[in-house]
Ligand binder design. Sequence first.
Ligand SMILES: *Cc1c(COP(=O)(O)O)cnc(C)c1O
Length: 412
Amino acid sequence: MEIEAVNSKVDTASTITIKGILSLLVQNADENNGRRLISLGMGDPSAYSCFHTTRIAQDAVVDSLESEKFNGYAPTAGLPQTRRAIAEYLSRDLPYKLTSDDVFITSGCTQAIDVALAMLARPGANILLPRPGFPIYELCSAFRNLEVRHFNLLPQQGWEVDLDAIETLADKNTVALVIINPGNPCGNVYSYQHLKKIAETAEKLGILVIADEVYGHLAFGSRPFVPMGVFGSTVPVLTLGSLSKRWIVPGWRLGWFVTSDPSGTFRKPKVIERIKKYFDILGGPATFIQAAVPHILESTDEVFFKKTINILKQTSEICCRKIKEIPCITCTHRPEGSMAMMVRLNIDLLEDISDDIDFCFKLAKEESLVILPGTAVGLKNWLRITFAVDPSFLEEALGRLKSFCQRHTLIL
Ligand SMILES: *Cc1c(COP(=O)(O)O)cnc(C)c1O
């Protein structure tokens, strides 16, 4: 069949999706043992009442809908007031001002990823992606025939980018490198100094930086969140983000693709024309959600943000404390941001478990507990734990994890 011949890369194991593997794990969970299923797999905290969006955001959407002014199409790049509001919101943390022309509205950060890769793909091109990473990038690259080259994030160095690897991997066909900060799956928050080094390395190699900042401002450790756009004068940056995580409304599908580039590399007429044409295909998120954005960005109070940060800090600490009690799992680095962390599985200490995938399938079956195997994000024999979970559920889940590990620990 024609459609099958188009792209075999899309079908290979390197393009497994998180959703795909989690649904297999859920199917495998034994509901008959009477315990309700707990998932530390997906990053959708809106399922828990302690992670509730702010009234201000809900009211803004209701008002926008009831005004009956936003039932029509929006311009494909987004409503002008929405683009302006996002430009202002992001400019608060930058040494220069973005304009509404720099901002394009997307269906969540997922579509912003697709836009970035679609704009950069050309025959023979390659892109540098982090390992561990966020598999949507691999999947999207496969559909675009964009060759993927992985650089490691270094667990001993707080999951910093291996900059030497970047220099080794890049060649004249490299178009960009991707960073995710605050990080999913690692929970890292990069320092100003590290981001500066990334910018300088990219500049030297003549490639641009795609900065996935969907967890922007969700930093609860000692380091503040610094947007990559701060270094936009050193290297052109594409900033990707959305309301999904900071406002806990992933279902609203409101994201942005932003050229953080005061030196104007993207402001060439041909480039802008190309981006605009691509947005004509996409359509973008619902107009009434777009119309609510200016009010949401201007009026959400610090109290709401603080509350989210405090719960994430608390739940990440529960994870670290409980994991310390489990000999076969090591927390190598305390998360400082986002909603996820990576922990290492010491497979040699386990009796009848061959690897992280085997571990997660048996765990789902025996304990009705779903955790993502590290293999799904590129790191074998690690686990990704999502801690954006109600604290009482999290305690229960980690208790189950501990008893599972005790039962399977090798007795010497
Ligand atoms: C959740 C997530 C996205 C997708 O965000 P949406 O706004 O829900 O599309 C993109 N990148 C990373 C790293 C994420 O964790």
